[in-house]
Ligand binder design. Structure first.
Ligand SMILES: Nc1ncnc2c1ncn2[C@@H]1O[C@H](COP(=O)(O)OP(=O)(O)O[C@H]2O[C@H](CO)[C@@H](O)[C@H](O)[C@H]2O)[C@@H](O)[C@H]1O
Length: 468
């Protein structure tokens, strides 16, 4: 089967969060299973595009209403990725040094239209068009409704929801930017009086997936306004747990690490990475190190961190290290704590791929007190690197972490994102750390858990086969 993934992010080309990791790994594992998976994404102005050479496959123009923009379809000159990536280059709209910003409506609309315009020129159409999140949510609508894409009416498409909090809303005033369609069906674009690309995608896609079975269930109760829609469409919806790319995320070969290690050498190897972190961030190596990596947004519970960290650090029996960026106020509060708890707390406000790998390896615990977590990849990376996750029992976190109190449990879970519960979970982590025999045993147990993409890729293939 020929599957084309259309996405705003793909690791290692452009990454803001977990979407990139998924689109950068799933195609590879689909290809390994004998399918032919490719990626179509925007051409941004970033390190990856600056450091590589590209050639033009096709040149054209795209119309947003009556305004036309130049479009080039680019590919890499050298094969450096495990699958084909086609880039939609719209110099006036997409070629920016950011992925998301204030002008997303026009940029991603043009991206979606240019993607379909180009696919129309193919001799043989893909067997599956696989869209990801609201940036590509209008594609299922256009495939079904826009006159110019009539030829695609029988081409199956799928929409994967990585995060239903973001829906890409814009005003009906901009409806003319969408290629003409039978206006009687304009309701398909609408949710709550606005054009809602995610809702339109859910209504029109042949199948809708999300990234864990529990999140699929939760969406019927909590989907930022789309609950009734997801309940109504539940027959075509399925939750498939994300995997992780075990070639990129492998403590034995990871080039970012200070010292590589296996299950047998984890105590020594993880310690060398912890030593590096403690030296770099002025932390106390004799105490447990609890880390957080991620976007500093409401979803992740990070607005509660200043109070939680103050409480935890007052006892002076642990270190906390944070890597993240996001809400300005949260960034500022977390930065300011550095002076008060110098020696046991530090925060790197920003994005750093290399540092994130060292933290997964060197921390003793990874904190993920999310309010909403569709799947969550961080906890799976931390398991693979022998770092015990502390998580809220929701979404994909519930599907991947079992509390140590339960049979065969290996993580620390709390029921909800509240300050007392998270502090209590941190206390349980410190207590566990004092029992080094148990802690070390758990460390080797979690490294054996298999979250590679193999099983999940098989589930996607099964799903593709039901509609192809
Ligand atoms: N400051 C920083 N520096 C370096 N690396 C950083 C970083 N901030 C985040 N990262 C990295 O970004 C990725 C985050 O992945 P997640 O799946 O946890 O979250 P995200 O909410 O972005 O993804 C959404 O999509 C994914 C994929 O489906 C779902 O798993 C998830 O639940 C959903 O919210 C990880 O690779 C992490 O290491």
């Amino acid at each position: 089967m020929k599957i084309i993934h259309i996405s705003a992010e793909c690791y290692p080309v452009a990454k803001v969060g977990g979407l990139a990791d998924v689109v950068g790994a799933l195609p590879k594992y689909l290809n390994n299973s004998g399918e032919q998976a490719q990626v179509l994404m925007p051409f941004y102005n970033n390190k990856f595009t600056q450091n590589n050479k590209f050639k033009t496959l096709f040149t054209s123009e795209v119309f947003l209403g009556k305004t036309s923009y130049n479009v080039n379809i680019l590919v890499l000159e050298n094969t450096i990725l495990d699958f084909d990536v086609f880039f939609i280059d719209i110099p006036d709209l997409l070629f920016k040094d950011y992925v998301y910003s204030f002008d997303d409506t026009e940029r991603f609309l043009a991206f979606q239209i240019a993607s379909l315009d180009w696919l129309l020129t193919w001799d043989t159409y893909p067997d599956i068009i696989h869209c990801h999140d609201h940036h590509t949510g209008l594609i299922p609508f256009m495939l079904q409704e826009s006159f110019k894409y009539e030829a695609f009416r029988k081409t199956p498409n799928i929409l994967t929801i990585h995060n239903a909090q973001y829906q890409g809303w814009f005003s009906h005033d901009k409806v003319d930017l969408i290629p003409p369609f039978n206006f009687n069906n304009v309701g398909l674009l609408d949710w709550g009086g606005q054009i809602n690309p995610l809702a339109a995608g859910i209504k029109c896609a042949w199948r809708v997936t999300t990234v864990s079975p529990t999140y699929m269930e939760e969406l019927k109760q909590n989907a930022n306004g789309l609950e009734p829609l997801l309940s109504a469409e539940s027959n075509k919806c399925i939750g498939i747990l994300n995997g992780i790319d075990t070639e990129v995320w492998n403590p034995e070969t990871d080039n970012y690490l200070v010292e590589n290690y296996t299950i047998k050498t984890v105590n020594k190897g993880a310690k060398a990475n912890k030593k590096y972190l403690c030296e770099t961030f002025n932390l106390d190596i004799s105490k447990p190190l609890i880390a957080f990596i991620g976007r500093l947004v409401h979803q992740k519970g990070t607005d509660l961190f200043p109070e939680i960290f103050k409480k935890a650090l007052t006892n002076n029996n642990l270190n906390i290290l944070l890597l993240g960026s996001g809400d300005t106020l949260v960034e500022q509060n977390l930065y300011e704590l550095k002076t008060e708890f110098n020696g046991n707390y530090n925060a790197y406000i920003g994005y750093d791929e290399k540092l994130s790998h060292i933290i997964y390896a060197g921390a003793d615990f990874l904190l993920m007190p999310s309010r909403v977590e569709p799947c969550g990849l961080n906890q799976m990376y931390s398991l693979r690197y022998g770092t015990i996750p502390i998580v809220t029992k929701i979404g994909g976190l519930k599907d991947t972490v079992t509390d140590i109190k339960e049979p065969n449990g290996f993580g620390i879970c709390h029921n909800s994102t509240t300050i007392p519960e998270i502090n209590e979970a941190i206390n349980r982590a410190i207590e566990l750390y004092t029992n080094q025999t148990k802690y070390k045993k758990l460390r080797t147990q979690i490294m054996k858990i298999d979250h590679s993409w193999h099983a999940s890729a098989k589930q996607y293939i099964k799903l593709y086969n039901t509609i192809n």
